[in-house]
Design a protein around this ligand. Structure first.
Ligand SMILES: CC(C)(COP(=O)(O)OP(=O)(O)OC[C@H]1O[C@@H](n2cnc3c(N)ncnc32)[C@H](O)[C@@H]1OP(=O)(O)O)[C@@H](O)C(=O)NCCC(=O)NCCS
Length: 146
């Protein structure tokens, strides 16, 4: 579900616990900015047994959206949780007139690249040495919505 600021405040610790170790602490910063109305980003979360199992940070301007982060709790992966989140995000994008969804992913991140390809994203560029810790190229991907 798309979290409103009250729900985001309630679940921020659980979301950060999944995201911060993966994304160098940036998940907490995104949450902080959304709660303080300093950013237009959105966070979708999926729950299992009342706890956050996975989340999605999405940014959207006019008819474009960007996947900023997506992550699933390590012990719950390969259970279709990211798939459910992607379906929800596609629904939101379709309802809100988004035509193109962009993302960047580390070129060594095979599970994520396979995931995005499964949902119709295609590679449309590369950014050399884009990431730090460790330095790595970013693969750019795009999905066009009908
Ligand atoms: C990428 C990630 C979000 C996938 O979450 P998940 O809930 O395990 O994904 P799902 O179970 O919904 O799998 C959907 C599809 O993704 C692909 N996939 C997921 N994990 C995979 C793996 N380890 N190896 C190969 N393909 C994989 C498959 O195509 C899978 O479809 P299938 O089950 O029919 O084979 C998860 O691995 C994760 O949190 N990774 C760490 C964070 C990350 O790297 N995020 C992306 C940053 S850009």
């Amino acid at each position: 579900m798309l979290l409103d600021p009250v729900s985001l405040s309630e679940y921020r610790t659980e979301i950060s616990a999944i995201g911060d170790p993966l994304f160098h602490g940036e998940t907490s910063l995104y949450i902080e900015d959304i709660i303080n109305s300093k950013s237009q980003h959105m966070i979708f979360a999926l729950f299992r047994s009342g706890r956050v199992a996975g989340f999605f940070v999405l940014s959207s301007v006019l008819d474009e959206a960007e996947i900023i982060e997506v992550a699933v709790s390590e012990n719950l992966r390969r259970n279709g949780i990211a798939s459910q989140l992607m379906t929800e995000v596609f629904e939101w994008c379709e309802k809100n007139g988004v035509a193109n969804i962009f993302l960047e992913v580390r070129e060594s991140n095979f599970p994520a690249i396979e995931y995005y390809k499964k949902y119709g994203f295609v590679e449309n560029g590369i950014r050399k040495n884009y990431y730090r810790d460790p330095v790595e190229n970013a693969i750019l991907m795009l999905k066009k919505l009908p």
